[in-house]
Design a protein around this ligand. Sequence first.
Ligand SMILES: [Fe+2]
Length: 399
Amino acid sequence: MRDGVGRRVFAARAPRRQAAPSNRRFELVAPAVRRLDAPAPAAQDRIENNSQESPPMPLPSRRAVLAGASLAALAACGQRQASANRHVNVYSARHYDSDRRIYALFTERTGIDVRVLPANGDQLIERLRQEGDQTEADLIVTVDGGNLWRLTEAGLLQATTSPALEAAVPSRFRDAQNRWWAFSKRIRIIAARRDAGAAIQSMDELAEARFRGQICARSSSNTYNLSMMAARIERLGRANALAWARGVRENFARPPQGGDIEQLRAIVAGTGSIAITNHYYLLRLQQSADSAERAVAAALAPIVPDQRGAGVHVNISGAGVSAHARRRDEAVQLLEFLVTPEAQRVVQELNLEFPIRPDTALLAPLAALGRFHEEQIPFDALGRRQSEAARVYEEAGWL
Ligand SMILES: [Fe+2]
């Protein structure tokens, strides 16, 4: 069986109420366990590949998982030995080092192993639909408010609440029926080449004729752009959104191509002077060990747009307990752990995302973007309006 990008995946179904799932399907994440057979990616790849758009991670070999499991056992403390069989299965569309670190910390704190099945957002939902009540998923983790909405629409999540969740997550960043809870957020910003000297404060201005030939943008089929457009339609209506998309398309420096990082590299290389990017791509360049990448970042001014208007476009990552979770208690524990101060620090340190807890101190790279005013729309609009967003882009010729 092969997935959407042609990689081999393992069969989805397991007999109902079968014992623990085969290790072959999951990546076991524990302090002593990393993908032992995985070579380190090249520095250039690491930035763009450490991204939600990445294809699913190759599943670890059986040898690696077993080797890792025995290492974990050797490293186990008494608490872990006492609960050696406890685990929780996570289906995740996030493939970040930050998440692996959080799961490892969770295992250290609780003795509960975390087994992760990676998939991208669409695959995740399709797989869960096919598995139905025979799924092995306990906790489901994904990027994008639109994906979270689709999970709820498909009945794949169950309501969960607890004092810890209620205290940590503002009401705006959780489902109205408590089926998902956000644990990190990102903003979509403008990057402008400093030497071009463009004065720009709003995404609206990207459609102005003064920027003809200046804008680099990625494909409209990308989730980040679809969600940005869905939010605009929700806020300003279809006619405004279509006129804006047409104006931006007329200002393109080149046809849409590549990811957010490619747009940043292109404008520094002289193809146009303005790009749209999620904030963390620019911060990753700033923080890179590669001096050439730091030079790209230094040439760019980050602009958090619409601070005098509607606020900057925000998107979230979130998690919810699977509708058919067999390990509900463990899933809730992990969900709560995602919004602890400890985990909220990790999403900043390792992934340069904004924490969801308002009481979390921002680390320097994030604080440098300043306090910002956020676009106020319900996150389910990112899902409800995604199809309409795609049609608007198509009609505008932004492919
Ligand atoms: Fe990303």
